[in-house]
Design a protein. Structure first.
Length: 253
């Protein structure tokens, strides 16, 4: 019997139901990523904090400290950076762990078969978290909402909202620019969502195609490429969160 290639679906698949709630394979993968981060956090908490770090503590401090200094070059002001850094760093860690877990054996290949539009398709138990646009949109909403709330806390509601809503009788040009600024805030969520989703879904399809055509040695370089892409996407998402906050929390002139 000739093997038939079945491309992954654009959306995630339902594995089981909790009442009326659908538990999808990308949701399961997201909880697995959260569990990994939780275990790392508990290990760090259990270890005694040393002023001169070594071992696992030194690696974590090097990573966190390196990103703190990197983001500090973008957000000028330690007070601002201390507010946005935990959110941006959490996004980075969650995205990179989710992306790399999606490359593990079993993701996208182990599951059950079901009939779909007259065809028998594989429904995997696990899929990369961000191979579903709903997950990327949710993360984008968290990022943009955090930026708005923190910017209002720094500038005040009147000053911040004054960037978007200008009296048209006094400054019609400013009114038009304010509406464009408001539209750009909405477009950020769209660009955030589809940038991450597009790259992760394309990588998933690429690996499936290569593995189907040449199942042994050939996919290895592409796995290395996807490891790099997973890191870049996590960095870009957190980096843009920092950049957008830096812009939003600056007074408009």
């Amino acid at each position: 019997m000739e093997a038939k290639f079945t491309p992954p679906t654009l959306g995630s698949e339902t594995i089981f139901h909790l009442g009326v709630f659908e538990v999808r394979n990308t949701l399961i993968a997201s909880f697995m990523a959260i569990f990994v981060l939780l275990v790392i956090g508990l290990i760090l908490r259990k270890q005694k904090y040393a002023l001169v770090p070594s071992g696992f503590q030194s690696v974590v401090e090097m990573v966190i400290g390196g990103f703190y200094d990197f983001f500090g070059n973008i957000v000028h002001g330690e007070k601002k950076l201390d507010k946005i850094f935990p959110i941006a760093m959490t996004i980075f860690l969650f995205v990179i762990v989710s992306n790399w877990m999606g490359l593990l054996p079993g993701f996208g290949s182990i599951g059950f078969f079901e009939e779909h539009h007259g065809h028998t398709v594989l429904v995997p138990f696990f899929r990369s978290t961000f191979a579903d646009v709903n997950m990327t949109l949710a993360l984008a909403l968290i990022s943009i909402s955090s930026i708005q709330v923190l910017s209002i806390s720094f500038l005040g509601a009147k000053t911040y909202l004054g960037k978007f809503f200008v009296n048209p009788l006094k400054n019609p040009v400013g009114t038009f620019i304010g509406l464009l600024e408001l539209l750009s805030e909405v477009s950020k969520m769209i660009s955030f969502s589809f940038r991450l989703y597009g790259n992760l879904f394309a990588g998933e399809v690429l690996l499936l195609v290569i593995s189907f055509l040449v199942p042994f040695i050939a996919p290895l370089p592409f796995y290395g490429l996807e490891v790099f892409v997973g890191f870049v996407q996590a960095l870009v998402f957190s980096f843009l969160t920092i950049v957008f906050f830096s812009i939003a929390s600056s007074e408009h002139h």
